[in-house]
Design a protein around this ligand. Structure first.
Ligand SMILES: Nc1ncnc2c1ncn2[C@@H]1O[C@H](COP(=O)(O)OP(=O)(O)OP(=O)(O)O)[C@@H](O)[C@H]1O
Length: 221
């Protein structure tokens, strides 16, 4: 089933996600258009990372529909992945490699990688093994991918602000804003406010399944 020609959105409709057979949320819907950001908020364990895994196609424990550019999952997954820059909770940094080598692994030229590392404040650390860097510096290595030229259009970022200092947060917010202004889109989770615009918020608390309903499913006390 193909939707309107020219649809460039990531769209979820009546989405319910499970983890180990337990429904985390249900009835969730959103539409993320180019040029917009969407922040998923929710308490620890609410299901933010589970939602993200569902949206990038690595978890299929869901009901409802997800569409990328008008095409439903799973048919849309190859096209979505071709447009996707995903940075997960564990950041995907190979700790036995240097920052420069990590970016080379993602296909960056040495010049582009150096420039991106400079943008995230890692000039001078480019050849240090990541296992010798701090948590915040490792997060910056991961985020340097967002500063490479020709970055994909859809950014899905799980807790990108975690471990960043105040200046690092401001720099990342500015880079996300530039990405939106270029027509890209950003879906992120964060426990803290994110200063990018335009920003929609989806609070998973709104879509939690009532305890009685979970008990009817045989979960909880
Ligand atoms: N490794 C795991 N094995 C089994 N169940 C898990 C595991 N990780 C999470 N869960 C379950 O899935 C639920 C949702 O977890 P998820 O990681 O999606 O939450 P989250 O909103 O991203 O949490 P946080 O803010 O703490 O990162 C949790 O409440 C927990 O019950």
């Amino acid at each position: 089933m193909t939707e309107a020609v020219g649809d460039r959105a990531l769209c979820a409709r009546d989405l319910a996600c499970e983890r180990d057979g337990r429904v985390l949320f249900a009835g969730l819907g959103f539409r993320l258009e180019p040029g917009m950001a969407l922040q998923i908020v929710g308490a620890n364990g609410a299901g933010k990372s589970t939602l993200i895994r569902t949206l990038i196609g690595t978890s299929s424990d869901y009901t409802g529909s997800i569409l990328w550019q008008g095409v439903p999952f799973p048919e849309a997954l190859p096209a979505l992945r071709a447009s996707l820059l995903y940075i997960g909770h564990n950041a995907g940094v190979r700790r036995g490699l240097s920052p420069l080598e990590n970016l080379a692994w993602y296909g960056a030229s040495a010049g582009d990688a150096m420039s991106a590392l400079e943008s995230v404040g890692l000039y001078g650390f480019e050849d240090v093994l990541c296992q010798q860097l701090s948590a915040g510096q490792n997060r910056r290595v991961a985020l340097a991918r967002l500063y490479l030229p020709d970055a994909p259009s859809l950014w899905i970022l799980d807790e990108p602000l975690a471990a960043l200092d105040v200046a690092g947060v401001a720099s990342l917010e500015a880079q996300m804003t530039r990405h939106l202004q270029r027509g890209g889109s950003v879906l992120l989770t964060s426990h803290q406010p994110v200063a990018v615009a335009p920003l929609q918020k989806v609070d998973l608390a709104t879509f939690q399944v009532p305890t009685e309903a979970l008990q009817e499913q045989g979960y909880g006390g």
